[in-house]
Structure formats: C-alpha cells, structure tokens
Design a protein around this ligand. Sequence first.
Ligand SMILES: Nc1ncnc2c1ncn2[C@@H]1O[C@H](COP(=O)(O)OP(=O)(O)OP(=O)(O)O)[C@@H](O)[C@H]1O
Length: 301
Amino acid sequence: MIEVRNISKQFKVHQALHDVSFTVKQGSVTGLIGPNGSGKTTLIRIMNGVLGASGGQVTINGLDAACEAEKVLAMCGTLTEQSGLYENMSGRDNLTFFADVFGLKHAKKRIDELVNLFELQDYQHRKVGTYSTGMKKRLGLARVLLHRPSILFLDEPTNGLDPDGIQMVLRIIRQLNKEEKMTILVSSHVLSQLSAVCDHYIFMEKGRIVEEGTEQEIVSRYLSTPKLEVEADMPEGWHTATDFTPEIISAHQAVFQLTSREDIPLLLRQLTQHGQVYQARITGSDLESIYFAIREAHHHE
Ligand SMILES: Nc1ncnc2c1ncn2[C@@H]1O[C@H](COP(=O)(O)OP(=O)(O)OP(=O)(O)O)[C@@H](O)[C@H]1O
C-alpha cells in the first residue's frame, strides 16, 4: 500500500507539488493522469524514495520513503523515460549487471524468465545501442522486474511503442497485477490505454490532485447530462416513439441529449416499446472526454 500525505515539492522558485494526498490500495492498478508539467514524474520520484519532498510524508507498505529509502527501493521497481540501460552492453549483459547490483540469487533463471516474458530471445546478445525504442522499453521493464518488486511505478511505459509493443506492455501490466499481485501506479497521456488496465485514477493539474476515483465514480460525477446515440428500427418514426426530442442522423440512427442519467432507462424503455433497438451508446463518457471535462472544471484554479 502507498500512502501519500500532504506532499509538497519546491524546486527553487517553482512549486511543483502542492499538498498532495492519496492512498493506493494493495493490488490495485492506479492511473496517474495529467498534462505535461503537472507533477507526475516528480511525484513518482518522491514516492519511490529517489527525491526528497519539501513537506509531507510518503509511506510504502508502512515504511517512510524518505527515512528508509534503501528498503523502499528494494520493494519498488520504477520505469522512467530514461531506461538507465548501458547502450554499449548487450541486453542480457545489462540484466546480468543489474542482477549483480541487486545481489540477486538465481539470476540466470530470473533473466531467462524475463527475456522470455518480453520476447527478447532473439536480441538479448545484441548491443542495446542497436535496439529500437520498443525493444529498449521492454528491456527496461525487464530490468526493473529483476528483483520481483511488489510495487511498480511506470512513468509513460508505452511512449514511443508501436501498437504491438503497446499491447504487449498492457498485457504484461495486467499479468503482473493478476498473477504476482503487484501494486502498480502508471502515468500516461494515452487515456484509452490506461482504461484498459487501471481500476483507479488520479487526475493532476498544476501540482495538485483535482480528481480521484474509479472510472465509474468519476464518470458519474462529470457526466450529468449524457448524450445517447441509438441505432434502431422505429417503424412509426423517431419523433412519436418517446417523450424526448431526438436529433435524427438517419432513418436508423438518432442522438438524444438527456438532462440526467435517470433519463437513460426511461428513454430505452420507450424506444424498445416502439421498435427494435440494435445499439445504444452513451457518448462523452470515455476517459478522454472526462479528462477534458475535469480540466475545464479546474481550469481557473
Ligand atoms: N529538477 C527540477 N528542477 C526544477 N524544476 C523541475 C525539476 N523537475 C521538475 N521540475 C518542474 O516541476 C514541474 C513538474 O514536472 P514533472 O516532470 O513532474 O511533470 P510531469 O507531469 O511528469 O510532466 P510530463 O508529462 O511532461 O512528463 C514542471 O514545471 C517541471 O519543470
């Protein structure tokens, strides 16, 4: 479990974090979302004990991240934009080197496991300098997993990856969480990817937390006036079928601007009484739309 209490961070004249508090539950996958410069990386660096805060406290599984940095680092794996890999060594030699640094027992077996997991078998003996961005990212992830951390911090883990690479990283995040019960905090700008792996979200803006919760909690907070896109066969026409005014797109497609979530079941009942409904989709309820709603709501703070 990660507990962040009233963390602030001042870089000379610039205050990067203001009174940030939240809890990440054991075994959860939490998405850290925010625009460039909102403080995500600074927060991750403070949480894993590599950067001191100006005020407040972080505890990782009950240990103070600032006072017991070494023990905290041993429990955590952190993937940042800078992979920390040696370019003129092979991928495998990098893993062997870091396994030595961690004093890892049975290093060969663990390295083989990770090389297989990240499908690096064919490249493991090539110099990292010749790797593509995706291969470096996979090797970087393998490196931070060497010591089997129980908490994983991933800063933009899919940046620069092609669709196959993105799918692989997302699959591995899910796998580590499910099979190894790893607690994972992942920052990303690509919200659709986060929604495929996260069960909880923290939205940051200018060094502050502006929203937090599960996707459903956040969506219900911001989606007060949903829009329903319906594909249906309405033999007597759209206008007479319901008490709501549709914006008709085509004979089989219409959009209803509703005034509350409670209108949704009512509208669907009326539609199904008058015709065949093939598809109904609430628009604007995806994470991407909610992100902009949150940013708009906190724009002037
Ligand atoms: N070492 C530093 N010295 C001075 N200012 C810093 C330092 N590190 C970060 N900052 C500033 O703190 C603020 C937050 O930066 P941070 O990198 O944490 O944001 P971020 O949300 O991770 O951004 P991005 O999405 O671009 O990675 C920015 O204004 C940045 O310029």
